[in-house]
Write a protein that binds this ligand. Sequence first.
Ligand SMILES: NC(=O)c1ccc[n+]([C@@H]2O[C@H](COP(=O)([O-])OP(=O)(O)OC[C@H]3O[C@@H](n4cnc5c(N)ncnc54)[C@H](OP(=O)(O)O)[C@@H]3O)[C@@H](O)[C@H]2O)c1
Length: 330
Amino acid sequence: MKCKKIVLKQMYNGFPKKSDFEIVEEDVAEDLQNGEFLYESLAISVDPYIRSLVGAGYKRGDTVIGSVLVRVTKSKIEKFQKGKLLVLNCGWRNGGKAKESDVFFVRDDMPALVPETAGLGLYGIAGLTAWIGWILVCKIKKGETIFISGAAGAVGNVAAQIGKIKGCTVVGSCGTDEKVEFCKNIGYYAAFNYKKESGSLDAAIKRVAPKGIDCYFDNVGGSFSSTILRHMNSGGRVGVCGSISAYNETTPVLAPILQPTIGKNELILQGFRLRSHVSNYREAYEDLKKWTIEGKMKNYEKVTKGFENVPDAFIDMLRGGNVGKAVVRL
Ligand SMILES: NC(=O)c1ccc[n+]([C@@H]2O[C@H](COP(=O)([O-])OP(=O)(O)OC[C@H]3O[C@@H](n4cnc5c(N)ncnc54)[C@H](OP(=O)(O)O)[C@@H]3O)[C@@H](O)[C@H]2O)c1
């Protein structure tokens, strides 16, 4: 069968451009060995890590990495029969052949309340990361003030909903006034537009968190996060999830020295990677599902249509065009 994939035509130089990508056709033999299956892609996830991993062995001509919601069309694996809905680590492809080790997780049993694309957002990398950051890393507690940067994004919106469910005062920052409105509608106590507050960041943080911050979900890094740390309460916990503010920079980004702040306030900073917590995926997913069924949690996403538009959707997400999870429906 004929399938399409999107490859890296040239290495990104700074901000990715559409011309960095190329659609290539490939012939996929339909005969299967034991342990293989064929699939059609239903939706493709565009994520910041796809940008940040350039340089880590990812090179020109490679298929762009990424997770994809697929339906099995033919199979020689007993547990992944035709019709099964899976999320694969197969990169930006509209179909193809895969094996069990390509499977990220099975997503057959999502509540009917959400579209299938939730397998890439609320129940995908974003939702699981939000759960791990708050529940396992920061261990948020009722009554605490918790701050989320990237507040309206894929991870950020789920982190906010979890914080609300856990009885915290949820505050955060994001890049447009529309996003600030969105944040208020999904349970944030307060949020601000960091682009408008760049000259008065301390005042903006004090405004949303007058009693200080107990936990910080850091999605952006850089000098913004150094400032947040100065507003943390003694013994505060920080989950270092990502640093998107630097992913597209061509020279190293400098931020104020943090050690005096960390030492004085006895802060605990922990970096984490979703992929190191595979044994917790099931528990996280069951919680997220339960909260959805109870009406406490919603799936928010920005859907772009068409395989050829995956690079545009990726670039748009890096520019902040998404509210909720950025996905492409094929
Ligand atoms: N540790 C892990 O295993 C793991 C897993 C998933 C994601 N992550 C990380 O989590 C973070 C959020 O990922 P996501 O999938 O939820 O993406 P997302 O928030 O849905 O999308 C990216 C957002 O980043 C913001 N942004 C872009 N440039 C920025 C800048 N210079 N400064 C501040 N914000 C900027 C934009 O929102 P604004 O309009 O608000 O600027 C944009 O919408 C990323 O750092 C990502 O690498 C880590």
